[in-house]
Design a protein around this ligand. Structure first.
Ligand code: CO8
Length: 375
């Protein structure tokens, strides 16, 4: 056997929490909260109802999975309640990350003893340290190798895949798990009409390996490219210096707080679509690929309209579901996991030689491309 330094995707894994909140349930609880708030604050500017029709039309989202829906849809609470765990128990983020990793390992037929590294790449970490990745490494039973956390918001998975691919190209690792546990319900403001419908919880994992050890049917990584460009249009000011700044803990008594997810959705839409379309077209040209000939685009799942426009610019025609599949309708925006869920659920039918693109974009701004070819 010849040892190679060519990175491939051997398999992906998915963990989907069983709880589902439909738009109808979400809007009913939001509107009940609004009525209560307005009754309790007669002198304040009244809050306005949300609407199922708006949510579906503006975003394409119909439902989302969450770890536990009870407190989220209770108009008296409107935020998740996940039981605190002792330091001797596995943390929630690690638990769902491990489930996704096990699924990826099973799909690849890979023994954990062969894995060299775990990168936990996600929008939020449950704690500062020890790293979630190290806990996941431990829970998976890895007795060697290394693990660390990285956060590039919605682009965490593609940044993780390039990092893993670079380790393989450099000969520093041969098998790397990139895991994306996204408990977005923790940092979504369920009381904010502009954004309460956007996110859902999930975990995905991608096993990136050297080609010579990969199972049959793996995906060659033809090229990766990353981009960042500073923007305040997607922001969350939650952080360890909040206390020092005298801003106290997260105040969720009202509908607005900058310690949770806040965005200028219209600006994001307008600025990110051209940035991403141009990046894909330039990168395809650099790899000698015709963008119009791409068999499938697994795009970041934030907004159906954004994906329609990006796919149209890249392919040169309006894309159908086969060319640019959607998981946004049932999962909502799952931050870094979105494009990986789309790939996981909609790649088995591709034939040897088919070429496609996994692409993410989001806060930072940040964007990442991973061109892949089915073997
Ligand atoms: N119900 C009814 N009406 C509403 C609602 C609602 N819920 N919300 C807003 N409206 C109204 C507004 O008041 C406005 O009314 P008017 O015209 O009278 O002023 C009208 O609807 C239009 O409002 P918008 O301009 O806000 O609506 P848009 O058509 O722009 O749609 C979207 C809003 C869906 C947010 C859209 O702009 C969008 O999806 N943009 C892209 C966003 C995006 O891609 N973001 C990516 C960020 S995610 C990321 O990077 C990860 C961050 C880390 C995750 C952390 C976990 C939480």
């Amino acid at each position: 056997m010849t040892i190679t330094h060519q990175p491939v995707i051997s398999a992906t894994g998915l963990f989907t929490p069983p709880d589902i909140i439909t738009n109808d349930e979400l809007v009913a609880s939001f509107n009940a909260y609004v009525d209560r708030y307005n009754a309790a604050h007669p002198g304040a500017d009244p809050l306005t109802h949300s609407s199922v029709e708006f949510i579906e039309k503006a975003s394409g989202i119909k439902a989302r999975h969450v770890i536990d829906k009870r407190a989220i849809v209770d108009p008296a609470i409107m935020e998740p309640r996940y039981a605190a765990r002792g330091d001797d128990q596995i943390s929630l983020m690690a638990e769902i990350g491990v489930a996704a990793c096990r699924d990826a390992l099973a799909h690849a037929g890979r023994d954990i003893a062969d894995v060299d590294a775990v990168l936990c790449a996600a929008s939020n970490m449950q704690r500062a340290y020890p790293a979630m990745a190290v806990e996941i490494q431990h829970e998976l039973g890895m007795t060697r190798g290394f693990a660390f956390d990285m956060n590039v918001a919605c682009s965490s998975a593609t940044f993780g895949i390039q990092t893993a691919a670079d380790y393989i190209r450099a000969g520093n690792a041969r098998s790397v798990l990139v895991v994306n546990p996204e408990i977005t319900s923790g940092h979504l403001n369920w009381r904010d009409r502009d954004s309460h419908f956007i996110f859902g919880d999930v975990a995905t994992a991608v096993l990136v390996e050297a080609k010579d050890m990969a199972p049959a049917g793996h995906w060659d990584i033809l090229g990766t490219r990353l981009k960042t460009q500073f923007s305040n249009n997607i922001r969350n000011n939650f952080g360890f210096l909040n206390r020092a700044e005298g801003k106290g803990p997260v105040d969720q008594s009202g509908p607005k707080t900058d310690k949770l997810f806040v965005q200028e959705g219209r600006k994001v839409f307008k600025e990110v679509v051209p940035m991403v379309a141009e990046m894909i077209i330039d990168h395809a040209a650099a790899l000698g690929l015709d963008p119009a000939a791409l068999r499938r685009l697994w795009l970041h799942q934030a907004n159906q309209g954004m994906n329609r426009l990006i796919a149209q610019r890249v392919l040169g025609h309006e894309a159908n579901e086969d060319e640019s599949p959607t998981v946004l309708d049932t999962y909502a925006n799952t931050s870094s996991a979105g494009s990986i869920i789309a790939f996981h659920k909609h790649s088995a039918d591709l034939k040897s030689g088919d070429t496609g693109l996994i692409c993410s974009f989001g806060a930072g701004y940040s964007a990442g491309n991973v061109f892949v070819r089915k073997t």
